[in-house]
Write a protein that binds this ligand. Structure first.
Ligand code: SF4
Length: 512
């Protein structure tokens, strides 16, 4: 059922109430509130795991979607896992809308609150009751409860929920927009919390076997992948006597044990800091980058083989099998275009590597994710080829790079694609078009060329479109209304600016 279910309906679930608190307001006030409400430890860990740009900037608070969507998505994609949100009704509406837009097909639990239940601590009791009601071992392996911004800022103590009820694991996490910069990193918050729980279980006794026991030692791949990529990775690893473990984020609880039982963890998406910490705590080596193009695949097979103590001959055999096919695919699908790449998926550097190996010029890569050691090899490879890499890239930086470079194709987020089209620059939406294709091995090498060629080939069409719309106005004066072309009233901006300034002065004079 695709609806939000109020698990513990209160009489009047009003909007909160510490009003002005949310991603539309400054994050600093909420951060300070959360710290004084007992959330210092978790927020300090987030600050280490998901470092912000030293100069702050737009990722000081979410610039695009609510970060909690990342955790919600990870929970909703797991079998026998219930996911419950605790937050303002408007946030929950947006999050459930987005999750169903992306095809969740699962119910999202919601524990609403009002200012009284928040201030008196009744909200926590409501959450605890909701969790007890949901904890049916016939239906669930785990229940995930996510504190959004306001409950986190108010210190709702999910950490003191029971660790398990009737054998159902209870995972409480705080995912505030003022503590977790992107929805990508919020995936890691939940994946890391689940791994920690599963690792502790495995350390204390026998745990469930995976549905399909791997016949070979495994490599646990960290990051959401296109469904065709894991079989491709298995084929790459086979000559080294390795195969892939169930992927992370997992599809069911027992997969967490199987992933932890790997020989090597591969952080192909480089922002899963908490998850990597768990693999390391389990004594598993972790390698970065991914098998993209000829150079990337060779380096990745070397790194994985070395970490798994595979013989040099077996690593050479794996390379001898994989590289000629990748080289042939790249040569058969050359890309002759200048391309900028921007995104928030975490695979931006890998995509840029692949494009360059196929012949493209990529002067700029912007990623909303932070710089980590697991993308260092990609950064060095790209920088050696003249690519500027912007970590924690803001939309403004991505737009400025696009305007500066005037690429034949801009790969990016929705607002970037929109801006590119207004300029007559062909553009591709990263999430729908690039992430929905194989990236690794020979399949990845061949997959990008067709969409790039189709878009670049349409450049004239974009030019005609810009010409066609010439003169209809832009921004607030765009399009035609019922009374004709919108015209900005003369002096309106000035009048509003003066009114705003006068109001601010009056508030200052009164004090707050
Ligand atoms: S939970 Fe998400 S949508 Fe709500 S205030 Fe926080 S960042 Fe914004």
């Amino acid at each position: 059922m695709n609806t939000v279910i109020p698990i513990v309906p209160l009489a009047v679930p009003t909007a909160i109430e510490g009003d002005g608190m949310g991603c539309h307001s400054g994050g600093e006030a909420m951060l300070a509130a959360a710290k004084s409400a007992g959330k210092s430890e978790v927020l300090e860990q987030y600050a280490k795991d998901y470092p912000r740009d030293a100069k702050a900037g737009p990722h000081d608070q979410p610039q695009s979607m609510c970060p909690a969507f990342g955790s919600l998505r990870v929970g909703l994609r797991m079998r026998r896992t219930a996911t419950i949100l605790s937050g303002s009704a408007c946030c929950v509406y947006g999050l459930t809308f987005t999750s169903h837009f992306y095809g969740a097909k699962r119910s999202v639990g919601y524990v609403p609150f009002n200012s009284e239940s928040l201030v008196t601590g009744k909200l926590f009791e409501d959450i605890r009751d909701a969790v007890h009601k949901q904890a049916d071992p016939a239906l669930y392996d785990a229940i995930v409860i996510i504190n959004l911004c306001v409950p986190t800022a108010s210190g709702v103590p999910l950490q003191i929920l029971p660790k398990a009820i009737n054998g159902v694991r209870i995972i409480g996490i705080d995912v505030p927009g003022f503590g977790v910069p992107t929805h990508a990193e919020a995936k890691d918050v939940l994946a890391g919390a689940m791994l920690r729980y599963a690792r502790t279980e495995a350390e204390h006794g026998p745990v469930a076997r995976p549905r399909q026991q791997a016949a070979l030692p495994t490599v646990a791949v960290i990051g959401e992948l296109f469904p065709g990529d894991p079989p491709g990775l298995s084929a790459l690893l086979a000559p080294m006597g390795l195969t892939v473990a169930p992927q992370l984020p997992s599809r069911e609880w027992r997969d967490l044990y199987a992933a932890l039982d790997c020989q090597v963890a591969a952080a192909v998406h480089p922002f899963y800091t908490a998850s990597v910490r768990e693999f390391r705590a389990a004594g598993r080596p972790v390698v970065g980058s991914g098998p993209v193009g000829v150079d990337g695949t060779a380096a990745w097979l070397d790194a994985v083989g070395a970490a798994a103590n595979v013989s040099a001959d077996a690593i050479d055999a794996a390379k001898a099998r994989a590289l000629p096919a990748i080289r042939a695919a790249l040569e058969a699908n050359p890309i002759k275009a200048r391309i900028t790449v921007s995104g928030y998926e975490g695979s931006e550097l890998l995509v840029a590597r692949l494009l360059i190996e196929a012949g493209a010029e990529v002067p700029y890569v912007g990623t909303a994710c932070p710089r980590t050691e697991w993308s260092d090899a990609d950064r060095e490879w790209l920088q050696a080829r003249g690519t500027h890499i912007q970590y924690r890239a803001s939309l403004e930086q991505d737009l400025a790079a696009m305007r500066d470079v005037r690429p034949d194709l801009a790969v990016g987020t929705t607002p970037l694609v929109q801006a590119a089209k207004e300029l007559g620059i062909p553009a591709l939406y990263f999430t729908n078009m690039v992430s929905a294709r194989p990236l690794f091995g020979a399949a990845g090498a061949g997959s990008m060329a067709a969409i790039v060629a189709a878009q670049v080939g349409g450049a004239n069409r974009f030019g005609r479109m810009v010409e066609f719309f010439e003169g209809v106005g832009t921004g607030t004066a765009a399009g035609y209304g019922s009374l004709g072309k919108p015209v900005e009233p003369a002096g309106a901006r000035d009048r509003y600016r003066r009114a705003r300034e006068a109001k601010a002065k009056a508030v200052e004079a009164m004090g707050t």
